[in-house]
Design a protein around this ligand. Sequence first.
Ligand code: HEM
Length: 465
Amino acid sequence: MSAEFDPNAIQGNIVRGYGIHHVRYLMLEVTDRKAAREFLVASLNGENPNVPIIQRETEWEENPEVCFNISLTFPGLQALGVSKKNLATFPIEFRDGMASRALKIGDFGDSAPTKWAPPFDEPDRIHLIASIYSDSEEHLDKVQTQVAEAFNILGTRDGRDLAKSKVVFGYVDSISQPKFKGIHDKSQNKNDELLDPLGTILLGYPTRMEGVYFGIPSPSELGFNGSFNAFRVLSQDASGFENFLTEAAEFLLKHPNLKDVLPPGGARQVGKGFSRKTALREIVAAQIVGRWRNGVPYELSPDTMEPDPKVSLTNFDYNRNSRCPVGAHMRRCNPRGGPIVQRVANLTRRIVRRGMSYGPDFDPKNPDDRERGLLGNFLGANLGAQFEAVMYDWLNLGLQHPDITGSNDPLLGANSVDTSWFDMTTRTGGKIRLHGLPRFVVCRGGAYTFLPSIAAINYLSQLKN
Ligand code: HEM
């Protein structure tokens, strides 16, 4: 099945982000099916001023004050009355739910679902996750109060963009995002990035794999134009990360091959006013992610974070002689056209990321251990083939390349100090192995959700049982 894309038919924030800097997630339980269905009807037709309207993908002139959207877990579809026959047509990983897939996606030890924060420790009670995007606290509160009239609010999570688009470890984030044919046309795609087919993110459209479509749950009114999301509350140990950079820099300063990483006099080339230790800390940080913390790709500018002339932030590829480590976070998540074992999989596991930080700001000069991190949404048309395949094969097992097989992602993998390692690249084509990476990112909760189309929300609101 293939169809014309209609922006009015899908919810917003899926194929394109909102560009609003604050979000509140509401974890909801359906306790009154009738009230929940009436809420859904009103959220589409706008006839009740006390019910927020679902934001669609449609273009807008000015940012709306509030963007409201919903997603459903498998228990949520059950709670709204979807028939057993139709429930069975949803993919297995979604039916199982995130907590049941814990081992597959690295959620063990401190990340185990038994340790998740409420309400994620009761995954069967989370039926919907609603998102309210607004830069006004007043609007966030107002919509929350409206939602509470129809659902039981089990918990909320607030996120915000940090200054200068940075995330908790101090990197600029959300630079690379899949862009879609027919949506991000040339005028919105100034960097001439590769466009993905819509089937990467929406059900019912061609995917990058010739002749392969992701299954559409039944009836098509419910499944078509839908998408899936892995919502994750990821706590980040910012002090631990900064400490590791310092330890790694001290290790490199004593290393016999130091000059292959940082030649004499090279510190100021790395960044203005940098000491040798600062330069080494930043080189380690850049190799761990594949970008300098200011966003410049390591692949295009391995010797300085301030390339002159400037380089593209998005348009590059990896090859056998790349200076960007094979194990760098972003190269693991998206090997682009680079050499990998699963050659045909190169560009098939694309993930749309919509995330915001939570918790207090972190000041490296005045570190503290208060909880902070990322409220991450990892979207795609198929959780198993995209999110889970990336988490499992690439981030946590390193199956894409023999050089990293058996190692975890240095940034967010399920690392333990005793066994972890990460191979840095040198200027001369060699490697220096770092050991002792702790687990910097711990999962505090999450859920697999289905992002229904507008027709699907209508379908759910009209169920009669
Ligand atoms: C707290 C957790 C995480 C942090 C701090 C983090 C940080 C980053 C940073 C700084 C970048 C580079 C900026 C950019 O290219 O947009 C990046 C890229 C990326 N990350 Fe993460 N990330 C996290 C979790 C994840 C997870 C769980 C996944 C996937 C399952 C993921 C997938 C990606 C992808 C696909 C890219 C872009 C790669 C590319 O297209 O070249 N990240 N991440």
